[in-house]
Design a protein around this ligand. Sequence first.
Ligand code: PHE
Length: 460
Amino acid sequence: TNPKTVEINGSKYATDSWFNVSSTVLALTSRKLHLQKDHPVAITRKIIESVFPAPTYKYYNEFDPVVSTFENFDSLGFPPDHPGRARSDTYYINKDTLLRTHTSAHEAELFRASASGGYLLSADVYRRDEVDRSHYPVFHQMEGARVWDRTKVPNGDLAAAILADLARLPEHNMKVEDPNPPFHAERNPLQADHHTPAEAAAVAAHLKRSLELMVNEIFSRAKAAAAAAAAAATTSPSTKNGPPAQTEPEPLRVRWVEAYFPFTSPSWELEVFYQGDWLEVLGCGVSQQALHIHAGVPSQMGWAFGIGLERIAMLLFQIPDIRLFWSRDERFLSQFRGVEGRLEGMRPFVPFSKHPACYKDVSFWLSRGGEGGTGTRTGTRGVVDWHGNDLMEVVRDVAGDCVEDVRLVDDFAHPKTGRRSMCYRINYRSLDKTLTNVETNEMHDRVVKGLVERLGVEIR
Ligand code: PHE
């Protein structure tokens, strides 16, 4: 039933038995929300770009989402058995070609293009995942990097050159916690074959200040927008006492947490304390020298980070559901119009009426193997390997944006036969209309039918 070829942004690709991209997801490859004028994803991109000025940083926004397995995984040092490569997690066109799962897929190419400077690349990325208000199979990432070339700095003194660039960055008044030692012997060693401790420390310091400045820009805007909206809601239009007293905003609290990525060492995540919680905002680190070497620029070293734009846009504009970004509804789009030119006027999104939720359960036995459809693989003991993401994909494909979330509510094995039974609860709730009973039942019936046909389950 799979098409022999698919066309994505004007190019044709041959499929094979690895193909697992639904037509719904294929249709989203041309949307490019990060380039859509006045779209909150594009506004967020521009706010971040403003912290990394040209000409030091170059901006790339038109990279095609179809990349090779090599670019997305191998070139970045992902081991052959890494779970991210699984067909349950990644959209494949064919065995060697996929929809990029992250913007890091373009690191080698952009390191080669960056003599001594940096870049920001914003693009759509694709992951098979759960269905809920913060996950969508397509979202947008921005990848940033800065490199220095040993052969192009005075006396070849890389550490001194990087520290000189660091000294040119603005100061900030944030409260930064950085409790862990910079290196971890196994997880995050110094790349001692390539970097001196002074060079690695200089790159790390430049990375940290640059990214602190970025989150400061984002979160001070988010706070200001929220405060302005709160003030507008509480003060009456005819205040006799004049404008409210300006209070000095609290400095932002952030912390650096040790992390692991195959293509950076050492690596960190940056967390921000916002509205009472620590939020993980981005991943970053000192780039693996192997990447610069394989890209043909061995005299470079530098840092890289990756950030999800929807998560940031949801905070900036208080957008409660990730499906809204894909909406063509004027009640959504009109709220961001004109914000690009005057960010001071930024206001949180005002949700339009929330339509009722409708929960429907589906309970089934897993097939015993062999009889499943395209989404299932038979494991070593003749039992089907079950991947929740395959079910999520069927639900998304059939019911699209009418589903708000899907939760596993029961999972047990029959005590005698060992056969596995599961129950999932699907919440049908449209963003723009009240679904009728008839509509919801009809949609649920089609979901159930899809599960039987494509995953080979037996309805209980
Ligand atoms: N690509 C990583 C992710 O998607 C983020 C990252 C980018 C981490 C660059 C380090 C350096 O999670």
